[in-house]
Unconditional design. Structure first.
Length: 294
């Protein structure tokens, strides 16, 4: 049975999830969230009748801090951490990742994300595309799903798929939006990954942001439409040579208008911004157009 643990990121419910699966070989955790939410994760594990030390295997969709920031805390307790080969070196030595994040978030770094420590090689395992990992009575299959990040994996366990960010963000069953931070956004790769998910049919899709998808076909179609919509909105601003600082408030207003038009109130917009800051998508999509056509 899959348990959804709400990490209450920045005191927002339904923003970041982790997923706990009991097996005959201890607990599996899919996603850890940032270390700043480790107390909420620990409490959620204990409320289910387990201890953090019972987690023996951690499967990460990718190494962004809102998904993998607390992985080291489980490695310290003896868990094995499974990650995409391109993400492996950044968990082995997270200094470059953390220095980059600190330049972006500055004095908000600790509040948002907390610490991220190196994970020793004997606790890390790089997983190839379609590779299967047996954990007790469960089998996890890795699907390399680039688009949001080149180092992205969607993890399948039976009829369930833990989709990380490749299936987008939808808070409380609201508008489906694509998180587009730099540096890896690639629209064509993302669409190919969406098609891979489509081919899985009625599999249960779990979003890290947030929870179980109701209608896979509609959800994925909405995601693809929105991905194109945001990319095409951004293109003329890139072509005009506008600075990101100028574009950010315009895009924030555009996204807020889209959310509001679907009935999402100010509190809901705040949750979306916590899970998927629209200013990050400006940087990511501007970079995408520069790499594609620059």
């Amino acid at each position: 049975m899959t348990h959804i643990i709400d990490l209450n990121f920045l005191k927002n419910a339904d923003s970041i999830a982790a997923f706990l699966l009991p097996t005959t070989d201890g607990l599996v955790l899919v996603e850890t969230g940032p270390y700043s939410t480790f107390p909420s994760l620990k409490a959620g594990i204990e409320q289910l009748g387990f201890q953090v030390s019972d987690v023996r295997h951690v499967f990460l969709s990718h190494i962004h801090l809102d998904h993998a920031g607390a992985a080291w805390a489980f490695a310290e307790r003896g868990a094995t951490i499974y990650v995409h080969p391109a993400g492996y070196p950044h968990l082995l030595d997270p200094s470059r990742l953390m220095n980059s994040a600190r330049r972006i978030y500055q004095d908000q770094m600790d509040v948002l994300w907390g610490d991220m420590k190196a994970i020793p090689a004997d606790r890390l395992r790089a997983v190839n595309n379609e590779e299967q990992i047996e954990v007790g009575d469960l089998t996890f299959q890795a699907w390399h799903t680039p688009g949001h990040a080149v180092h992205h994996i969607a993890w399948q366990c039976g009829e369930e798929l833990f989709a990380g960010d490749v299936a987008g963000v939808s808070i409380q069953k609201g508008l489906v939006v694509p998180p587009c931070p730099p540096p890896d956004i690639n629209i064509e790769d993302w669409k190919a990954s969406i098609n891979l998910l489509r081919e899985m049919g009625d599999i249960k899709i779990y979003l890290t942001h947030f929870g179980l998808v109701d209608n896979n076909a509609q959800h994925l179609s909405d995601l693809e439409w929105q991905l194109d919509n945001w990319a095409q909105w951004m293109k003329p601003h890139w072509e005009a040579g506008e600075a990101a600082e100028t574009v950010i408030p315009k895009f924030q207003a555009y996204v807020a208008g889209q959310l509001s038009a679907t009935g999402i109130d100010e509190e809901g917009i705040k949750k979306y911004e916590a899970a998927n800051p629209s200013w990050m998508s400006v940087a990511g999509l501007m970079r995408y157009w520069r790499k594609k056509e620059g």
